[in-house]
Write a protein that binds this ligand. Sequence first.
Ligand code: FDM
Length: 211
Amino acid sequence: KVNDGGPRGAFVVLEGLDRSGKTSQSSKLLSFLEGLGHPTELWRFPDRTTSIGQMISAYLSNQSQLDDHTIHLLYSANRWEKSSLMETQLKSGTTLIVDRYSYSGVAFSSAKGLDFEWCKAPEIGLLAPDLVLYLDIPPEKAAERGGYGGERYEKLEFQRKVAECYQALRDPSWKIIDGCQPMEEIQKQFQEIVLDHVSACKKGRPLSHLW
Ligand code: FDM
């Protein structure tokens, strides 16, 4: 059913460590695509607006404690609860720029020591992005940018482990962009790559599933 290959919006995911610049770059991408007249929405995970998202938010701000497996499954459930809307939007021709997805899910939980394959399992069957843009920045550089807030994972030691886990997840289709370049430079590179995918999806490209 999903695999009909008709014209649709592109599903673009931005990944990277905390403070790598994903959030600024994703809003820039949104205005760029909108400016060209492409219907586009900016999404992010965790989506803190749902009731599952509120549980995640409370956990991240240390207002609640949850077992590592439990929080992992909540993150995954938070993606599953949005997945049919995601499919509808893509099929209606809307491009989705998504700030974090299953890759964050696996990288952050396996950085805590959970089994890598176990972490991947609940993501099986979710829509696969057309493009993963990885903003590559050394954990030390990210920490120097300051503004590591008080959230649970915003600690240098932990971010180092997350970087290693992202490394293990990377596949050759990912676009790795040097996150230490000036913002405008990154923006230009993003724009070019994303436009290619928007055009390809507009012509028709089947949706696929993880992993
Ligand atoms: N995070 C995010 C996870 O641990 N698993 C996930 O599946 C996702 C989507 O949540 F530290 C972590 C990554 C980050 C935190 O993300 C909140 P934002 O981008 O700072 O809201």
